[in-house]
Design a protein around this ligand. Structure first.
Ligand code: SAM
Ligand code: SF4
Length: 371
């Protein structure tokens, strides 16, 4: 058996040196251990989902401001060495990034501090997945999440502002056909798709996918948020149970997935779908901040300790100018990176500030931070 010495690194404690040789797992000031990194590869997208992107679009950053895939790989390698076990590639739309399969292959070859393989997962709108599913699977992608809010073509077009339902469904089926483990993410919007939750579950289960329903969050200073559209997780569960003629029971714990993400999982008892499971992601009504294990990096290398806050650390400068940033200069720049990460952990808030009225979120849109 391999013995691993774990040294806890809490916030910006002075004892951590950039050249730490033990396993310096990342723990924030509230003792929450960071195991999960979400990396946005781009702030661009082929869709314009109403809750994610303002109607006028966003001002895109210059390409030179976006981390290169080499820089992403270098950064993720450092996080893996600090005990991050899972990395999610997201955006914007990550499939728009040329070289994506190269990046997945490179990240999937990384090992965490304990020697376990780093799990590489991705969230996509599904539009380009039909041709990418095979290469992504071959590159070592562990799980793919596809976002889909409606199975009705007109509704789909109205929420994404794009008529692409057919392509997304083709992508979902292609991913299933090549054997990629799948999740289906749906933002539950009252008065829009609340009558489709059961159908979306059945669609997901037919493709061996786990459906998950997300509560609307007020990003972009609440400008895209309509309070009446928020469907609380309790209402989502009630609706699914009623539609599918089953009792909904909480799953005590999903040993493979549940420990990582913010989703809580439930099992149907009785009816035609007995034993089937689904998840809810309920930042608004069932706050899960106490067990937050995540950090996020935007496409420009801004480190966000919390999705709901605008404050960010500058990982891009640490990657590009390690000696100036750190003042001590490790060749790979990991000392400078570590300094930025530790500072963010030292300030990580105990909870998000989202209010059901639409206030308390960040000024930035979801697409700018990374979903
Ligand atoms: N483009 C990819 C996609 O749509 O899956 C990845 C990025 S997207 C920002 C990631 C997830 O965030 C999607 O499942 C999307 O539905 C969700 N999302 C975006 N804005 C949201 C909001 N305001 N509230 C809740 N979920 C949101
Ligand atoms: Fe694009 Fe995803 Fe945002 Fe929709 S939710 S606009 S697909 S980034």
């Amino acid at each position: 058996m391999r013995l691993v010495q774990v040294r806890r690194v809490v916030g910006a404690g002075p004892e951590l040196s950039a050249q730490a040789s033990a396993s310096p797992v990342l723990v924030d000031r509230l003792e929450r251990r960071v195991r999960y990194l979400r990396v946005s590869l781009t702030d661009r997208c082929s869709m314009r989902c109403t809750y994610c992107m303002p109607p006028e679009g966003i001002e895109h950053v210059e390409r030179s401001e976006v981390l290169s895939l080499e820089e992403v790989a270098r950064m993720v390698a450092a996080f893996a060495a600090w005990g991050v076990e899972r990395v999610r590639l997201t955006g914007g739309e990550p499939t728009l990034r040329r070289g994506l399969t190269w990046l997945v292959e490179r990240l999937a070859a990384l090992r965490t501090d304990t020697g376990a393989p780093l799990r590489v997962v991705m969230t996509s709108n599904g539009e380009l997945i039909a041709r990418l599913a095979g290469p992504l699977k071959a590159a070592g992608l562990h799980t793919l999440t596809i976002s889909l809010d409606s199975l009705d073509r007109e509704r789909f077009a109205s929420i994404t502002r794009r008529d692409r339902l057919e392509q997304v469904i083709a992508g979902f089926k292609a991913a299933h056909a090549v054997g990629l483990p799948l999740k289906l993410n749906t933002v539950a919007v009252r008065g829009f798709n609340d009558d489709e939750l059961g159908a979306l579950c059945r669609f997901a289960w037919a493709h061996d996918a786990t459906p998950r329903f997300i509560e609307l969050m007020p990003m972009a200073a609440g400008r895209l948020f309509v309070p009446g559209e928020l469907m609380p997780a309790a209402a989502i569960r009630e609706r699914i149970g009623a539609e599918l003629g089953a009792v909904v029971e909480p799953e005590s714990m999903d040993p493979t997935q549940g420990a990582f993400g913010p989703a809580q999982y439930f099992v149907l008892r009785g009816g035609a779908h007995d034993g089937r499971r689904f998840g809810t992601i309920a930042a608004m009504t069932e706050n899960f901040c106490g067990s937050c294990n995540r950090l996020r990096v935007s496409a420009t290398g801004q480190l966000h300790a919390c999705l709901a806050r605008d404050d960010a650390g500058d990982l891009r400068s640490a990657l590009r100018h390690p000696s100036q940033e750190s003042g001590q200069g490790s060749g790979q720049g990991s000392g400078a990176l570590e300094r930025v990460v530790r500072a963010a952990l030292g300030h990580k808030r105990d909870s998000h500030g989202f209010e059901q009225t639409g206030s308390g979120g960040p000024q930035k849109a979801m697409i700018s931070i990374g979903g």
